[in-house]
Design a protein around this ligand. Structure first.
Ligand SMILES: Cc1cc2nc3c(=O)[nH]c(=O)nc-3n(C[C@H](O)[C@H](O)[C@H](O)COP(=O)(O)OP(=O)(O)OC[C@H]3O[C@@H](n4cnc5c(N)ncnc54)[C@H](O)[C@@H]3O)c2cc1C
Length: 415
């Protein structure tokens, strides 16, 4: 493999983080701030070049599991103060997050979740009746609207800027980031991590490897001789033309019946849809079917483009049923895609690997890796530094998944 930049690689590091996406970046920053450990971040491509740059980047507190709510509370505080802490431009647009419901039973279930979220300290989350929704968000109009759950402290983020800022801050504190440096081997001896190999020839001794490789995390895990139940699933985003004068930049992230979602992107809309039928077959088996990491790509597959028979057009049509200005003025401009990294229960794995001492996984975030990155960084630093964690780590543990058992604290609000 060519080594285009002829970098010099260190002979050893206390901690090697594989992946310079938002997760690896946050972990690097937390370790740089809280410890004297020698941290090396390696990425096979450019920083933030994986799922981090393909994300809708929404942030919300509105989950059904205690662990996800806690991750959002920790992360929300950090994102709120991020620009002040790091002296960068604002990364968090707090337009709020609105779940609209057309079925009474879904609105009832949402009301119970709102109670649960409030009990756990989510500020100002509330249920709105149909009339209140129409008054507060006059651009919404659907004959079957039954109500909405709404939190004004939610919104959306700038994930590339967050990742770069964390990494720059870690580098300023003397830690190392090496891009275009694919990890091609993880040496395990006596049941413990001993070293990683970069680009097939640079051996770096280490006792701790953090697998923050996003959709490639199972492939990275296999370098250490073990599998984790995590599958990349391709997901698409669709972008409309600009809709000047309609107030779109002030809209919250809006989800229709937990399926279609949209949020402002400049004067237009960025939209996505939960593509349940695209889950790989045999999903409930362990180990799940794995995609060859090398086959992950940026192709818009046939049928998923923006033509009149394509999936993107269905997304736009569903949005148009709820938002008249979309029906009147919006067309599709372009599409993009990336990969969710999905575990059997769609919750993340933030866990030491019980089979290989010194291997820690921080992956499997489905559609939540951007919003939860600050909390993930903190949790992983706590685990490495032997500090008590602020949430119950059992909910994110790998062990039950390896035994094919259900984990505690299931999450129902995955889009
Ligand atoms: C369409 C879409 C919409 C989404 N919407 C949201 C949302 O609204 N909110 C939200 O919070 N999340 C959302 N997500 C999910 C979010 O983007 C991811 O959870 C998050 O970006 C994961 O970040 P990461 O750093 O863990 O992984 P990545 O950003 O994928 O980073 C992993 C890195 O590992 C590197 N790597 C892989 N293998 C190796 C190797 N062998 N050696 C060295 N480096 C390696 C890759 O190059 C990559 O840079 C969305 C994702 C998609 C695709």
């Amino acid at each position: 493999m060519p080594d285009p930049f002829q970098k010099s690689y260190p002979a050893r590091a206390d901690v090697v983080i594989i992946g310079a996406g938002i997760t690896g970046a946050s972990i690097a920053w937390n370790l740089a701030r809280d410890s004297g450990l020698d941290v090396l971040v390696l990425d096979s491509g450019p920083k933030a070049g994986g799922s981090t740059s393909r994300s809708a980047a929404a942030f919300r507190h509105q989950f059904s599991s205690a662990s996800a709510i806690e991750m959002s509370l920790i992360s929300g505080r950090e994102y709120r103060d991020f620009s002040k802490t790091f002296g960068c431009e604002e990364v968090f647009t707090r337009n709020g997050y609105l779940f609209l419901w057309s079925r009474a039973e879904d609105a009832d279930a949402a009301a119970s979740r709102v109670d649960f979220q409030r009990e756990r300290g989510v500020p100002d989350v509330e249920m709105l009746g149909a009339d209140a929704v129409r008054r507060k968000f006059p651009w919404v109009d659907h004959p079957e609207l039954k109500g909405a759950s709404w939190c004004p402290h939610d919104g959306f983020l700038k994930p590339d800027l967050v990742a770069s800022t964390y990494l720059e801050a870690a580098v300023k504190r003397g830690r190392t980031l090496l891009q275009y440096s694919e990890v091609t081997g993880i040496e395990v001896a006596g049941g413990a991590v001993r070293s990683v190999t970069v680009l097939g020839r640079h051996r770096i001794e280490t006792g701790t490897v953090v697998n923050a490789a996003g959709p490639w995390a199972n492939a990275v895990s296999q370098l250490a001789g073990v599998q984790i139940p995590l599958t990349p699933v391709k997901r698409y985003l669709y972008f409309t033309n600009q809709l000047p004068g309609e107030g779109v930049p002030g809209w919250p992230l809006t989800v229709l019946d937990l399926e279609v979602y949209g949020r402002p992107e400049h004067d237009g809309l960025m939209m996505g849809w939960d593509l349940r039928p695209a889950k790989p077959s045999g999903w409930d088996r362990f180990p799940p079917p794995t995609l060859d990491a090398a086959s992950l790509n940026d192709r818009i597959e046939p049928g998923f483009g923006i033509g009149p028979d394509d999936y993107g057009f269905e997304v736009l049509s569903r949005m148009a049923e709820w938002i008249p200005v979309v029906a009147e003025k919006a067309g599709l401009d372009h599409a993009s895609c990336g990969y969710y990294e999905v575990t059997p229960d769609e919750k993340a794995i933030v866990s030491w690997d019980p089979r290989v001492r010194g291997l820690l996984h921080a992956a499997g975030f489905s559609g939540h890796g951007v919003m939860h990155a600050p909390a993930t960084g903190r949790l992983v630093a706590d685990m490495i530094l032997g500090r008590p964690a602020p949430i119950d780590l059992k909910a994110l543990s790998l062990d039950p998944l390896l035994r094919n058992e259900e984990r505690d604290d299931p999450e129902r609000m995955v889009i």
